[in-house]
Design a binder for this molecule. Structure first.
Ligand SMILES: *Cc1c(COP(=O)(O)O)cnc(C)c1O
Length: 400
């Protein structure tokens, strides 16, 4: 590698460091859970975990682990093939049919991750004659997927239904053949739920399709965990749902698109991350299947999650923290300054509370925050301990 290039990389890394924006990964020395072991000085220490997407606490559920182990024995470790060559096992079709049935759609298609599902869903369905109208706070993978398609792009301010209508009109004025509105179901950094009834009404009026990325909802929000279409009453007015097995549904990995059969059939022919990437590992596929069964029946876990959400939000509000409003288990504590978010995360870590400070470019500049996430794997006592720590650290740092 040329010296110039190496020097350039080192410079960039130093700039990131100097801006206080360098991300360091902490090492976990065990499974994911409500309490986790952090590797520390050759040993480990236990912390309360407020930053996993493990909403129902299924990431290390014994029945899911057992299903994955059984699949290892019956179906082996890996597929060493893409789906259409020799990478489709009975398990893969079972998972596609199961997630489609769970979400009330005709069919579904698996991807290695939802990042790939979003990366691959737009390009085969829409051409340069068409329009994609996208919420400004959509996940990075939707932004990338939209970029990879040839459709004309229109963006509306987060959750602003007048702005959405303006963009639909603009797409019509530009002569769009088909229009597709793309939105996150839950905006992951804010915890807000998309206004799907209003979006679907506008879609109906302007003849647009609706795509919802429900990564932060599938499994824990709405009736039986069927996500934001169920939660908001928009139901089957949502045409296409993308989602992940890497969060509530076991938390391993894998993404999907669920929709009508022609949509899924065409994606199977044309979606590039599907055609040119390896098939999901059998253990992950079987574990995810079991996770859907457990999530669908887990009203008790959803109730625990809702109780923690209410208790933690109320405690932080009473203490005087600046929270974004909302009802999902994502509770962002707004701090503004990136360096302060890092300082606060470090101080909480010292008190045994595991959180992550988020700052630009993950969230807009000047809107740094600690994003906390509730989990059914936490106990009531964990929530109280976490609240005490937040109040102590908030006082120390002059936030309260
Ligand atoms: C997590 C997430 C993704 C990516 O999912 P993976 O399966 O981890 O790739 C996509 N969209 C949203 C909204 C997410 O929160």
């Amino acid at each position: 590698m040329s010296d110039d290039f190496t020097a350039h990389l080192k410079n960039t890394l130093e700039e990131i460091e100097e801006a206080g924006l360098y991300k360091r990964e902490r090492l976990i020395a065990g499974p994911q859970g409500g309490r986790i072991d952090i590797a520390s000085d050759g040993g480990k220490r236990e912390v309360i975990n407020l930053c996993a997407n493990n909403y129902l606490g299924l990431a290390n559920h014994p029945e899911i682990v057992a299903a994955a182990k059984q699949a290892l024995d019956e179906f082996g470790f890996g597929m060493a093939s893409v789906r259409f060559i020799c990478g489709t096992q009975t398990l893969h079709r079972q998972l596609e049919e199961r997630i489609a049935r769970y979400l009330g759609k005709e069919d579904a298609i698996l991807f290695a991750a939802c990042f790939d599902a979003n990366g691959g869903v737009f390009e085969p369905l829409l051409t340069d004659a068409d329009a994609i109208v996208s919420d400004s706070l959509n996940h990075a993978s939707i932004i990338d997927g939209v970029r990879l398609s040839k459709a004309k792009r229109y963006r509306f301010a987060n959750g602003d239904m007048d702005a959405l209508e303006d963009q639909l009109k603009a797409a019509d004025a530009d002569g769009a053949r088909f229009k597709l509105i793309a939105t996150d179901g839950v905006f992951s950094m804010d915890g807000a739920v998309a206004n799907l009834p209003a979006i679907c009404d506008l879609a109906e009026r302007y003849g647009a399709l609706v795509l919802v990325d429900d990564c932060h909802a599938t499994g824990h929000l709405g009736e039986k965990g069927r996500g934001t279409p169920a939660l908001t009453g928009a139901g089957d007015k949502v045409d296409i749902v993308t989602g992940t097995f890497g969060k509530t549904l076991g938390g391993a990995m894998g993404g999907f698109v669920a929709a009508s059969k022609p949509v899924i059939d065409l994606l199977r022919q044309r979606a590039r991350p599907y055609l040119f990437s390896n098939s999901l590992a059998p253990a992950v596929t079987a574990g995810s299947l079991k996770a859907i069964d457990i999530a669908e029946a887990a009203d008790d876990r959803r109730a625990t999650l809702a109780r923690h959400t209410k208790r933690f939000r109320a405690g932080l509000t009473e203490a005087g923290f600046d929270l974004l409003p909302g009802e999902t288990p994502i509770i962002p504590v707004m701090l503004g300054d990136a360096a302060l978010s890092q300082k606060m995360a470090a101080a909480l870590d010292e008190r045994g509370i595991y959180v992550t400070g988020f700052f630009y470019p993950v969230v807009p500049k000047g809107k740094a925050r600690i994003r906390t996430q509730m989990s059914a794997a936490l106990s009531d006592a964990d929530i109280d301990t976490a609240l005490e720590a937040f109040i102590a650290v908030g006082t120390d740092l002059g936030i309260l």
